[in-house]
Design a protein around this ligand. Structure first.
Ligand code: ADP
Ligand code: MG
Length: 311
């Protein structure tokens, strides 16, 4: 938008003052570098001396910058800079533009928008297949499966997920997170859901929020239900939530991954004790769905967590 001062006819005294300020600012080499890039006359430039000085300071920082961590500009990763607007009278507009370092970072991290995280550690965003050590045969088997999964994901019939079980801290969640990160890089959307918290949150959330979250998790192309079996057992959680999620995903052929401290037999027992009476049939039906939808692999190895936590 053109401003009033762009059209103002200046008095001789004012014009001399503007010119003096401009000449004085032009002694600075960054200022010179900046104005050389602007295809407008000095008469236009001198109306913006003070803003051009701010912009040239930022340009100076950028010219000697090594990366975002040493950014000296007023808004990290952005440069305050002028742009010529060619209207009836050429004018300058000033704007904050993301620098090449920030642009590169944003581009590199854009894939993360493909993963929705529900109460899982943010550090899982960094999990990477390349960092998985194949020091045991289960992990090697899982990596082979990941390769197959990635190779065949685009096919009409999607590959099955995994049911990874084993004691606390063996890297189950990390492994699946690494696969989902790789899928995200390839443009596949997914969700990582810490199941016990998700269930608790769902119970407490309002109607609309509840419907949205529930429907999202049901329909997301790839899902991780993390730590299934660690939730407080309830008939509602088992039949209304878990049952419906699995039913929908099974019918639609949507890959679903699970991690658990429990074997499938133990999970069945856990789910059976949800009601007042032991409901073996309902629990068995859920576990049958999990068996149908996923391949169960045990992960037994040393605890990778720092400190001495217990399951
Ligand atoms: P689990 O889900 O089996 O309880 P986690 O996936 O939470 O275990 O892993 C336990 C810890 O070890 C986490 O802090 C995780 O970041 C780390 N970890 C697991 N696998 C790896 C790996 N391959 N490389 C680096 N850190 C790992
Ligand atoms: Mg875990």
């Amino acid at each position: 938008m053109q401003k009033l001062k762009d059209f103002m006819v200046l008095g001789e005294k004012e014009e001399n003052q503007l010119r003096q300020n401009f000449v004085s600012a032009s002694r600075n080499s960054d200022f010179q570098t900046l104005i050389r890039t602007l295809p407008v006359s000095e008469d236009v430039l001198m109306k913006y001396t003070s803003l051009l000085e701010d912009a040239s300071k930022e340009l100076g920082h950028c010219l000697s910058c090594k990366g975002l961590s040493s950014c000296g500009n007023s808004v990290c990763g952005y440069r305050f800079q002028p742009k010529v607007e060619n209207g009836v009278h050429p004018t300058l507009q000033f704007e904050y533009v993301a620098c090449p370092f920030l642009q590169k970072k944003l581009k590199e991290e854009a894939y993360l928008d493909n993963i929705e995280m529900f109460q899982v550690a943010k550090s899982l965003r960094k999990a990477s297949i390349a960092d998985i050590k194949t020091d045991d045969k289960e992990r090697l088997q899982i990596l082979r499966y990941f390769k197959q999964f990635l190779d065949h994901y685009d096919e009409e019939e999607k590959p099955k997920g995994l049911y990874l079980y084993g004691s606390f801290g063996t890297g189950k969640t990390y492994l699946i997170a690494a696969l989902l990160n790789e899928l995200a890089r390839r443009g596949v959307r997914s969700a990582m859901v810490y199941y016990p918290e998700f269930l608790r949150g769902l119970k407490e959330s309002f109607d609309l929020d509840y419907k949205e979250k529930f429907s999202f998790v049901k329909k997301v192309p790839v899902l991780l239900l993390d730590d299934i079996g660690a939730e407080a057992a309830s008939v509602w959680g088992r039949d209304e939530i878990l049952g419906s999620i699995l039913q929908f995903r099974m019918e639609e052929g949507l890959p679903t991954f699970f991690t658990s401290n429990l074997t499938l037999e133990e999970l069945e027992e856990h789910l059976a004790t949800a009601g007042k009476s032991v409901e073996k049939v309902k629990a068995r039906r859920i576990v049958e769905r999990i068996r149908y939808m996923s391949i169960a692999i045990p992960l037994i190895s040393k605890n990778r967590r720092k400190g001495k936590e217990n399951a």
